[in-house]
Design a protein around this ligand. Structure first.
Ligand code: NAD
Ligand code: AKB
Length: 318
C-alpha cells in the first residue's frame, strides 16, 4: 500500500474523532496527524493544535509532517452558525481556502471536504432531492457549504487538485456527541433513553430529515476516497443517503426497547432550519459511480446505539 501522511482538521469533533481512529487503523498511528482547536481527554496518537484559519500554522504542519492527504472537517455547523453568521462565514470559508491553497502549492494528492444536506433550501423537491438541485440554502452554514462545493470543483477543474466531497445527512453515532447542529437531537434522544430520563425534542414530532449511522458515514467517506479518479463524475459534492425518519419514528423505535421512555416536543429556532431541508435524498450518482450502499436502517441503528450506550453508561456507573 502506498505510504500516506494524513492530516485531519476538526479531528476532535463528532465525525473527526471517529474518522481519525479509522484512518489510524488503516494507515498506522504514526501516519495520521489529528488537529483541532481542542483535544480529546484520552486521545491516542499524533495531535497538533492548529487553527485552520491560520494559513502559516497549517502550512507549517503540512511541510513538517510531509502530508500527502487532508481531511478538512473543521467547521461551524448549522444551529451554532446562525448565532454569529459573519464569523461562521469567515471560519468556514477561510479554513477551506487555506486547505485548498496549501494543497495546491504543496502538491497534496487528495483532499476530503464534507458538505451537507444544509446546501438545499426551499427551491428543491423535498422527497428524493436530486443531485443537481437549485441550491438556495437558508443558513449561513448551508451557504458556506454550497460555496465550498463550487470552490472544490474550481480547484479540481483549474488546478487538477483531487478534492472529493459528500453531502452528509445528519450523522448518528454512539462514539461521540454532535455539537451545534440541527440534527443533534437524534443522538441526544438515545443518551436520554439509556439514562432513563425523559427527552425534550427541539423539533416537531413530524419533522422528517435524512440521517445516516456513523459506520455508514465513515464507510462512505473511505469508499469515495478510495474510488478511482475516473469513476468520480461529481466534483462538487455527492448526495449520499442513509435513512430518513421523524422524531416520532425514532421515539417509537427506542420505545420497543424502553417502553416507558417519554418525549415532549418543544420546537425552537432549529425547526425553521429543519423545515428548509429535504426529507430524503436521491443518491443514485454515488450508487452508480462508487457503488454506495447504506447498511443501516432505523431499527438496526437503534439496537446498536442502545447496546453501545448501555455498555458506556454501565462502565461509568450512572
Ligand atoms: P463538530 O462541530 O463536532 O466538529 C468540528 C470541529 O472543528 C470541532 O472539534 C471544532 O473545535 C473544530 N474547529 C472549529 N473551528 C476550527 C478552526 N478554526 N480550526 C481548527 N478546528 C476548528 O462537527 P462534526 O459533526 O464532526 O462535522 C465535521 C464536518 O462534517 C463539518 O465540516 C460538518 O459541516 C460536516 N457535516 C457533519 C454532519 C453531522 O451530522 N455531524 C452532517 C453534515 C456535514
Ligand atoms: C447540522 O445539523 O448542522 C449537521 C448537518 C446535517 O450538516 N448535522
Amino acid at each position: 500500500m502506498e505510504k500516506k501522511n494524513i492530516l485531519v482538521t476538526g479531528a476532535t469533533g463528532q465525525l473527526g474523532s471517529v474518522l481519525t481512529k479509522m484512518l489510524q487503523r488503516k494507515h498506522g498511528l504514526n501516519n495520521v496527524i489529528a488537529s483541532d482547536l481542542k483535544k480529546q481527554e484520552h486521545f491516542e496518537g499524533l495531535f497538533e493544535f492548529i487553527d485552520v484559519t491560520d494559513f502559516d500554522a497549517l502550512q507549517e504542519s503540512v511541510l513538517k509532517n510531509e502530508i500527502t492527504e487532508i481531511y478538512h472537517l473543521a467547521a461551524i455547523l448549522s444551529a451554532n452558525g446562525e448565532k454569529n453568521p459573519l464569523n461562521t462565514w469567515d471560519v468556514n470559508m477561510k479554513s477551506l481556502f487555506n486547505v485548498l491553497e496549501v494543497s495546491r502549492i504543496h502538491g497534496i494528492n487528495k483532499v476530503f471536504y464534507p458538505s451537507s444536506i444544509a446546501v438545499f433550501g426551499d427551491n428543491v423537491k423535498r422527497v428524493a432531492t436530486p443531485q443537481s438541485s437549485n441550491l438556495t440554502p437558508s443558513t449561513v452554514y448551508g451557504i458556506s457549504k454550497a460555496s465550498g462545493e463550487n470552490w472544490v470543483n474550481y480547484y479540481y477543474t483549474k488546478y487538477g487538485l483531487d478534492v472529493r466531497s459528500i453531502r452528509y445527512p445528519g450523522i448518528i453515532g454512539y462514539q461521540s456527541m454532535p455539537s451545534g447542529g440541527t440534527t443533534d437531537y437524534a443522538v441526544d434522544i438515545y443518551h436520554k433513553a439509556v439514562k432513563q430520563e425523559p427527552f425534550e425534542c427541539f423539533l416537531e414530532a413530524s419533522t422528517e430529515l435524512p440521517m445516516i449511522f456513523m459506520d455508514d458515514a465513515i464507510r462512505a467517506t473511505i469508499e469515495l476516497m478510495n474510488a478511482p479518479s475516473e469513476a468520480i463524475s461529481v466534483r462538487t459534492s455527492y448526495n449520499v443517503s442513509g435513512m430518513s425518519f421523524t422524531p416520532k419514528q425514532v421515539f417509537h423505535s427506542i420505545q420497543k426497547l424502553y417502553p416507558d421512555f417519554e418525549i415532549k416536543y418543544k420546537p425552537d429556532f432549529r425547526q425553521d432550519i429543519a423545515n428548509s431541508w429535504p426529507k430524503s435524498i436521491d443518491d443514485s450518482f454515488a450508487k452508480k459511480d462508487w457503488r454506495w450502499k447504506p447498511e443501516y436502517d432505523l431499527d438496526r441503528m437503534t439496537t446498536i446505539m442502545i447496546k453501545k450506550l448501555r455498555a458506556h453508561y454501565n462502565a461509568i456507573k450512572i
